[in-house]
Design a protein around this ligand. Structure first.
Ligand code: SF4
Length: 306
């Protein structure tokens, strides 16, 4: 294995396929472009099985667009609709998602399963993660925060200088998402790291739906286009945008036009909500009677019938 991170996870899981894409041995830019094409073709060819209802949903977008808030509000809407929701935090830097759900501490992260992050503890039990299929009930309770129909899981955080890169955390998250098998009325909502680095690592490879949160800015719209391109490249063809923090109908119309020009479907808009803004500042649970909550309920209903 060279300097390039294997997008198939072949370096980490013995049973992951090496597809001979040539990325890890690429010496030139042309080699890398060719390897990327092979990966893209392979993933597209294997994307068929992902058609069907949205059950594994990655929430992506530029930093600060409100991904975590939307994950929290959507979780609540899904629970109210009778779903068991597994929330997965795969953002290696954002420290406070668990607080939005009313928990006062983080769960043991999946990265503790990696020897280099286990910090001298007894060797963790990893067999459950190596199964071909992982059911929600297979996840050991120490890796979960639970409250009725909500389960919260965290891939891990880089907390200290020189702790190393996050690729191995991404590997573990990707493997878990792919192997996770959800029963009827179970959904996983994944709060992704901001930007597109996670796509470079293929973390979203196992999801069936990508929701892109877009704020009214050129950068956010440009990133949405890139995310749509990357999603297609890893075989996820259900990509929908949620314009967030929208201040007027004029702004909403403009964003929708821009997204449609980029061939990105909009599933619903969330208008700017000062209550949500204030709660976010406190890192609090965002439940109540805010207008954003109503917007999200509408979006969630549409998502469930998509
Ligand atoms: S050839 Fe491609 S799939 Fe195989 S190990 Fe290298 S990067 Fe991974």
């Amino acid at each position: 294995m060279g300097l390039i991170h294997c997008p198939m996870g072949a370096a980490y899981y013995d049973d992951e396929p090496c597809i001979d894409c040539g990325l890890c041995s690429a010496k030139t830019k042309e080699d890398m472009v060719e390897a990327s094409k092979r990966i893209r073709d392979y993933l597209r060819a294997h994307a068929e099985k992902r058609r069907g209802p949205s059950k594994k949903i990655a929430v992506c977008g530029k930093g600060g667009t409100g991904k975590s808030t939307i994950v929290a509000l959507m979780t609540n809407a899904l629970r109210q609709a009778g779903y068991l929701v597994l929330v997965m935090d795969t953002d290696e830097s954002n420290p406070g998602l668990y607080r939005l759900f009313g928990f006062d501490q983080q769960p043991r992260p999946l990265m503790a399963l990696l020897e280099r992050f286990s910090l001298g503890e007894t060797k963790p039990e990893t067999e459950w993660l190596k199964q071909d299929e992982i059911l929600v009930q297979d996840i050991p309770s120490e890796y979960l925060l639970e409250c009725d129909s909500l389960k919260f899981l965290m891939a891990g955080k880089i907390a200290d200088p020189f702790q190393g890169c996050a690729c191995s955390i991404a590997d573990i998250a990707r493997g878990f998402i792919e192997k996770l098998v959800l029963k009827d009325r179970e959904i996983v909502l994944i709060d992704m790291e901001a930007g597109i680095e996670s796509f470079g690592r293929g973390v979203e490879r196992g999801v069936d739906t990508v929701l892109v949160v877009v704020e009214p800015s050129f950068e956010s719209l440009a990133l949405a286009e890139k995310i749509s391109y990357m999603s297609d490249g890893i075989g996820v063809n259900k990509v929908m945008a949620i314009p967030n923090k929208v201040t007027s109908e004029k702004v909403e119309k403009r964003i929708i036009e821009e997204l449609e020009n980029k061939k990105i479907k909009v599933i619903g808009t969330i208008y700017f909500d000062s209550q949500i803004n204030e709660a976010s500042l406190e890192g609090k649970t965002l439940l109540g009677s805010s207008s954003a909550e109503e917007d999200i309920k509408r979006i969630t209903r549409l998502l469930l019938v998509e």
